[in-house]
Ligand binder design. Structure first.
Ligand code: CTP
Length: 467
């Protein structure tokens, strides 16, 4: 397939694409991939109204994940350094664990205290600080990162990098690393246009350094405008994410996960619910994101933080969950971990039902749509792998086998949810993976571990190396 170069687009289209990519937290290249994938799916099953993934509300938390990638952020000395504080947050939202180095010039713009408060770890500033060298050392700083991001990358820092200087902590680390480096240049347009800068940049790209930006726009200096503004934090975070995803087990794959209970209203104050905490579904979403997938979790009401690096669509009822899952398609795999209420009240009273002497109301129930079954039975646009859960209290495996056939899904993760198992609301789970080829019984383990193992199986299957 011919490759597509974003530079060949006209400026207006490029601007629209950049805005759309930033809104979705993706690099422009990834955004083009999503658009193409959606367009291909349109032709496949004609769901034109699903073209805009932005329709789904997105909430991301700034919680670094224990499994998240380690990013070393080097903040250079330019006015754009203030945006690097926001960049720390945007990278944390994607589950990254951050360490920061401030160059001496950067400390004129942002303080090590502010950076340390955001990262939860002191900022590193001095190559000759005995304490830092004793604690971590510049060589470990260089090696203990999956990616080094330099933002803002000033003209001076670019020159030092291109020349292999190592006279301060930032440049020493940059010279000592063999990890990928992403730079976000920021400087006055004349400095950006200077022949020396072009030479340095050419040298750095030839050395394998990746570049995001700069953008065109107004400069900090009054009356100055042109190419040289640092890329927006969302653009830098998306570029970082795209570099980190390359090579990850689920890179380039889209996964939908349902999680938590649903609440089915009876009147404005009462509802039908169940005991699901959402812990297992949220753990699966987090594990999929950590494995590099583009993840949407459609969640019923839960008391849990949003999983890092995941698009969260919050719903209340089974019907809303159904609509949100349909809107999130197409996907490579879908995991239905939600405890969807099977029934809802046939009528929802607009006002609170009042207690009346000797007249106990009768609740008439009607069935909710079966989301798993509906997605699994799609004739077009079905995810390659559809995974259901079976919450059972008796005959766990036999019921799960029957459920797999009835629902039309590929796998069922069966678990015993009887009161004595402690699964509902607890942190542990004992599951059996029921597939067409048999049953794998996993030992009791934390829900996070179940999630990671399930994601490994999903990655191997999508990859064609398993089952
Ligand atoms: N599920 C769904 N939509 C529903 C009901 C269930 O998507 N309306 C999904 C669940 O997310 C789970 C699977 O179907 O992945 C099985 O859910 P479970 O409650 O165990 O099964 P039910 O179909 O409700 O059958 P039963 O309650 O009779 O065991």
């Amino acid at each position: 397939m011919a490759s597509l170069t974003v530079r060949q687009l006209d400026d207006t289209l490029k601007k629209l694409l950049r805005l759309r990519a930033a809104r979705h937290g993706r690099s422009m290249e990834d955004e083009v991939r999503v658009i193409l994938r959606e367009a291909a799916a349109e032709t496949d099953h004609g769901a034109a109204d699903r073209f805009a993934p932005s329709a789904a509300p997105k909430h991301k938390t700034a919680t670094p994940s224990e499994d998240g990638p380690r990013i070393l952020l080097i903040i250079g000395g330019g006015i754009a350094a203030y945006k690097s504080l926001d960049l720390i947050r945007r990278l944390q939202e994607r589950g990254a664990r951050l360490r920061c180095i401030l160059t001496p010039a950067a400390q004129h713009f942002v303080t090590p205290l502010a950076v340390g408060a955001l990262t939860g770890e002191r900022a590193f500033i001095d190559l000759f600080d005995p304490q830092s060298e004793f604690d971590v050392g510049h060589i470990r700083l260089a090696r203990d990162a999956d990616l080094i991001v330099v933002a803002p990358a000033t003209a001076d820092l670019l020159a030092k990098m291109a020349g292999g200087h190592a006279d301060d902590l930032a440049t020493a680390v940059l010279l000592a690393t063999d990890q990928p480096i992403l730079i976000a240049p920021a400087m006055n347009p004349r400095m950006w246009a200077a022949k020396a800068t072009a030479r340095n940049l050419a040298q750095l790209t030839a050395d394998g350094v990746r570049v995001v930006g700069p953008n065109a726009g107004e400069m900090a200096e009054p009356g100055e405008a042109g190419l040289g503004r640092m890329a927006e934090p969302l653009e830098i975070a998306a570029a970082a994410e795209s570099i980190l995803r390359r090579g990850a087990a689920l890179a380039g794959k889209r996964i939908i996960v349902t999680s938590g209970p649903t609440h089915e209203p009876i009147d404005p104050v009462r509802y039908i619910a169940n005991r699901s905490s959402g812990k297992q579904g949220h753990a699966i979403a987090a594990a999929a994101a950590a494995a590099g997938a583009d993840v949407v979790v459609v969640s019923g009401p839960v008391n849990l933080p949003d999983p890092p690096g995941v698009d969260v669509v919050k719903v209340e009822t089974a019907r809303q969950m159904f609509d949100a899952v349909e809107a999130a398609l197409p996907a490579d795999a879908a995991v239905f971990a939600a405890a969807v209420a099977d029934w809802r009240s046939e009528s929802e009273s607009a006002s609170k039902i009042k207690k009346q002497p000797e007249r106990t109301p009768t609740l008439k129930l009607t069935e909710n749509p079966d989301i798993l079954s509906s997605v699994a039975h799609r004739t077009s646009g079905r995810p390659r792998l559809v995974v259901g859960f079976a919450a059972e209290t008796d005959d766990v495996i036999a019921n799960a086998r029957a459920k797999r056939m009835k629902k039309g899904c590929d796998w069922i993760v069966a678990n015993d949810v009887s009161a004595e198992s402690g699964v509902m609301g607890g942190d542990m789970n004992t599951v059996h993976l029921v597939t067409a080829s048999g049953v794998e019984s996993w030992p009791p383990q934390a829900k996070d571990q179940v999630a990671r193992r399930l994601i490994e199986c999903i990655a191997a299957t999508l990859d064609g190396t398993k089952r």
